[in-house]
Design a protein around this ligand. Structure first.
Ligand SMILES: Cc1cc2nc3c(=O)[nH]c(=O)nc-3n(C[C@H](O)[C@H](O)[C@H](O)COP(=O)(O)OP(=O)(O)OC[C@H]3O[C@@H](n4cnc5c(N)ncnc54)[C@H](O)[C@@H]3O)c2cc1C
Length: 553
């Protein structure tokens, strides 16, 4: 009998723990593959420590291949799902090659994305705290603010640079603001021109108290601790808009700042939103067994899914599994069991789990915790917080690295090196005669202008028999058709001699063109003249992928 193929998309808490349980329980009875955008699993609760430079960024993550040694791991980005043909479309590698992956059972574990578009200016000016790059960016940004504030002679700019605002006081907002305050406090001794009183740190929460999932007395304790720590906690007020120089609050106040960190705005993943799925509150509706409505063989879990905890759920968030790592892990294990039960034609089990409690670190070796109904605060809660996350962190080597980071922090000062890792938006690429610059059917990654040499584009459509050729010399360009129009795939581009091109990233090119009407007009006319109305038929393969997303933003 052929082995069933289980495909897991998303390698966070939900996806990894489902895959691990399948690896352990299925013992070769099913073939399991996990697809994730990065080759590592992010332990999100440690991100605030990465941002505070108390945890090395690579120590807050675990390589997926070390975590899931007996199954296939694929580093690729999921771009589409065709539920009719049970196919997932992914792109992988620097050449953005699209690949189709077949499945019998599909687990959607893509998490959520930050959606700030309700607040003008926030998407452009706020830093977020969702993945490793975010945490790294925040750390670099805070250190950059201190560097400039120490040497600037403009008092207004100095005040703006030394004002830090965190929006949202759930546990990620509280832990982020506390850790950021710690970093600043420890770092200040190396910045002689900054007086500690020059620094302002705000935590903004729309609800009337912080940490809404904790009992009120623990939230009060946490507020007092944060205030002692030098953080202004503003509750009952939200953010209205933001600019590069400040944030406007809903009560009309404007706080001049160069640093806004948004831990609010949990929105549906772009792919989840674009697919033919039933969503509620931006999450994929499932039944109690985690089966996705209307799609046979499709399951969802973690932050992306809305899993009922009771038989007849009402419009009440407490009737559904909350978006926490604690739940995602249990969902993963239960979902794996249900897939195996389905394959073995046994009865499925509904997901049932009661939270064992919550923990939040407040910096300066203090925390709040409610575990099995017992409330704790202070240093004891902080030790519990550390012990719990250490035991929860996957793998012995990973645990050891986290522990070493924590021990090092006791005896060493914070690392205030500002590592800049932004890659340039443009670069030169050299090709030798005969090199294949683009393969037919690839998703294009940028806009190309020929600086020196020559190239040939060939597009063949096997369905219609149409054939198209074009030569490019210095000053000519290509890529715009795929980036600006609905054509999704490239043709074949070959270097006819040794050639140099200037490459502009897809995102920067589209932003730039949309900002300049004359450029947009130029490209529109150019595409019309060069490809006419036939471009759709010149997009090999696109008709087969009706659910595929456009690659341009
Ligand atoms: C700063 C912070 C602190 C937190 N602290 C706690 C805590 O203390 N306790 C707690 O219980 N919870 C905590 N949480 C919440 C918890 O981390 C989430 O509930 C949990 O991560 C959800 O797991 P998930 O698998 O659904 O999603 P995620 O962990 O977000 O995983 C989604 C995965 O999908 C991948 N992915 C997304 N799109 C694609 C694509 N197109 N192609 C391929 N891969 C893709 C992502 O790279 C990611 O690996 C915290 C969250 C944050 C942000």
């Amino acid at each position: 009998m052929d082995k069933k193929k289980v495909l897991v998309i998303g390698g966070g808490f939900g996806g990894v723990f489902a895959a691990k349980a399948l690896e352990r329980r299925a013992r070769g009875k099913v073939e399991v593959e996990l697809v994730n955008a990065n080759n590592y699993f992010v332990f999100q609760p440690l991100l605030p420590e990465v941002a505070a430079a108390t945890m090395h960024s690579s120590d807050a993550v675990v390589p997926l291949r070390q975590l899931l040694r007996r199954l296939q791991v694929r580093q690729a980005e999921v771009r589409g799902i065709d539920f009719d043909t049970k196919t997932v479309i992914v792109v992988q590698g620097s050449r953005l090659t699209p690949i189709e992956l077949k499945y019998d059972e599909l687990i959607i574990a893509l998490g959520t994305r930050v959606d700030l578009k309700r607040f003008p200016g926030l998407p452009e000016h706020a830093l977020t705290m969702k993945n490793l790059a975010d945490a790294h960016r925040l750390r670099t940004h805070v250190i950059g603010c201190l560097e400039t504030a120490d040497v600037t002679s403009e008092p207004e700019l100095k005040q703006q640079l030394l004002t830090f605002v965190v929006v949202g006081a759930g546990f990620s907002g509280v832990e982020t603001v506390a850790e950021m305050r710690e970093l600043i406090r420890h770092a200040l001794k190396y910045y002689p021109n900054i007086h500690p009183n020059d620094v302002r740190v705000y935590l903004i929460e729309y609800a009337d108290r912080i940490l809404p999932t904790f009992p009120a007395d623990l939230a009060e304790y946490a507020t007092r601790r944060l205030q002692i720590h030098g953080i202004d906690v503003l509750t009952g007020v939200g953010t209205k808009s933001a600019t590069a120089s400040g944030v406007e609050l809903t009560d009309g106040r404007i706080i001049p700042t160069s640093t806004i960190v948004a831990t609010i705005g949990n929105g549906p993943h772009a792919l989840v939103e674009a697919l033919d799925l039933d969503l509620h509150w931006g999450r994929i509706k499932t039944d109690r067994f985690m089966r996705v409505h209307r799609h046979d063989g499709v399951w969802a879990l973690g932050d992306a899914a809305l899993i009922p905890l009771v038989e007849q759920p009402a419009e009440d968030p407490s009737h559904y599994a909350p978006q926490t790592a604690q739940f995602a892990v249990r969902e993963g294990r239960q979902l794996a069991q249900n897939i195996l039960r389905k394959i073995e034609k046994r009865e499925l089990k509904p997901f049932a789990y009661t939270s064992k409690g919550s923990l939040a670190s407040l910096g300066m070796s203090k925390a709040v915790a409610e575990v099995y109904g017992v409330k704790l605060s202070g240093t004891l809660a902080w030790l519990l917080w550390r012990g719990f996350y250490l035991s929860f962190f996957p793998g012995f080597a990973g645990k050891l690295r986290v522990l070493v980071n924590w021990l090092l922090n006791v005896v060493t000062p914070p690392n205030i090196v500002q590592v800049q890792s932004t890659s340039p938006a443009t670069r030169y690429i050299h090709y030798r005669k005969g090199d294949r610059v683009l393969e037919p059917g690839m998703l294009i990654d940028g806009f190309y202008t020929v600086v020196k040499g020559s190239l040939k584009l060939t597009i063949d459509n096997p369905e219609t028999g149409e054939h198209f050729e074009k030569l490019f010399g210095p000053g000519d360009h290509f890529g715009e058709r795929v980036l600006l129009r609905s054509a999704l795939r490239t043709g074949l581009v070959i270097a006819l001699e040794d050639t140099t091109v200037l490459w502009i990233s897809q995102k920067d090119f589209t932003r730039f063109v949309r900002a300049f009407p004359f450029l947009e007009n130029y490209f529109k006319e150019y595409i019309d003249q060069t490809f006419g109305g036939t471009e759709e038929s010149f997009a090999p393969g696109s008709a087969n992928h009706k659910h595929e997303l456009e690659t341009s933003p």
